[in-house]
Design a protein around this ligand. Sequence first.
Ligand code: P61
Length: 457
Amino acid sequence: MAYPPEPFRIKTVEPIQQIGRAEREAALRAAHFNLFGLRSDQIFIDLLTDSGTGAMSDRQWSAMMLGDETYAGATSFYRLKETIDQIFGFAHFVPTHQGRAAEHILASLLLGPGNKVPSNSHFDTTEANIRARGSQPLNFVIPEALDFELDHPFKGNMDLPKLEAFIEQTGAENIPLGMITITNNAGGGQPVSMENLRGCSAIYRKHGIPFFIDACRYAENAYFIQQREPGYQDRSPLEIAKEMFALADGATMSSKKDGLVNIGGFLAMNDDELFARARNELILREGFPTYGGLAGRDLEAMAIGLREGLEPAYLEYRLGQTAYLVDGLVAAGIPALQPAGGHAAYVDAGRMLPHLPRLQFPGQSLSVELYREGGVRSVELGSVAFGYTDPETGKEVHPELELVRMAIPRRMYTQAHLDHVIASMSAIGQRVDQIPGYRIVKAPELLRHFTAEFEPV
Ligand code: P61
């Protein structure tokens, strides 16, 4: 495996430091063992998320000076529109402050009590926005996705026969929206093939179900298609992206990922009537349609970031860096998901800490331990983030996988930083049986992982 060097050099630096072990312990207690409660100056390497945390380029920073802060009709909007039209090709879009705002608008326009929304795997904000409308999110990722070591090029694929059977059983009239997430974040940042997108589109269209792509990491997905899917070797990521979006009726986008910006997103669609309603909803919740929830300068940064995120040299470096982290973890005997996904390494905490039952949250436990060991912040994507209490049975429902994710901010950390992460995880691997489980002391009903409080069992 090659790990191509950064196709950029560093012009600005932001100092970071590692606080001592006793201070980290105190910080954990003060945060009630929830890593979302830490202050950034208590963290050495922050792999909580790749969302909005990356470094912008000199071109983006200079474009921000051109930001047009006009309330209606800002030229910055039209520059962004040109980029979005070229890459995504939908008839309409509205800018939003981030991905979940796009999800909220879409859910409020299409969903009501008792509706169902299938996807390969919804991410937690999408799930929560669907549940908030009284609807039910369903995940039909292929079973290969759950096999941690299986070498499969497109572990993010939808299980098409299962999707088809589900629609027939449920009735298309109860499914006002069909989705797919590229890459599949909740399932390991794994890509979806063009063939699978085509199949998915055909099924949704056959049943008249509007098909929206959760496009956060579409550029990484496009690059995987170029590298892995027969027939795409000579196609650029831009061409592949266009082909993917031509299969759908719309997209929700958090530009904080492959848009290479610190804030921003959009909701795009083809349907004129739906767009008219989306615009009204946007005005009610986000702002006027030529700025959405953003400043003009943010629109400028996004217009350039979306293009930079599709550059082949950048994508080659980016996916190589993620593979470097995964390969290092695997070499250290850590059960990391293979093959590497696009934006993050995912560790199977359930397998790494087999002495902890699900209700003692092994993922939470491992992520706390990684901070304790090396000042590294990761995020739990297991029973805390995706578990919920079944409203019918009152019982706790666990997701299939108990994961800890180390997401790599874009253009930010070097290989030496990742070596520190690998060494920290490896040190934990030497003393797994001493690691405690946790119990939830306090938590809200939706998106509980952000604010839940824990204590060691
Ligand atoms: C992330 F800890 N993702 O992966 P917004 N769809 C998809 C996402 O990955 C996503 C959104 C929609 C984040 C940020 C995050 O519990 C958490 O711009 C596939 O964040 O609103 C966001 O986009 C929503 C981290 C979100 C979390 C929720 O790290």
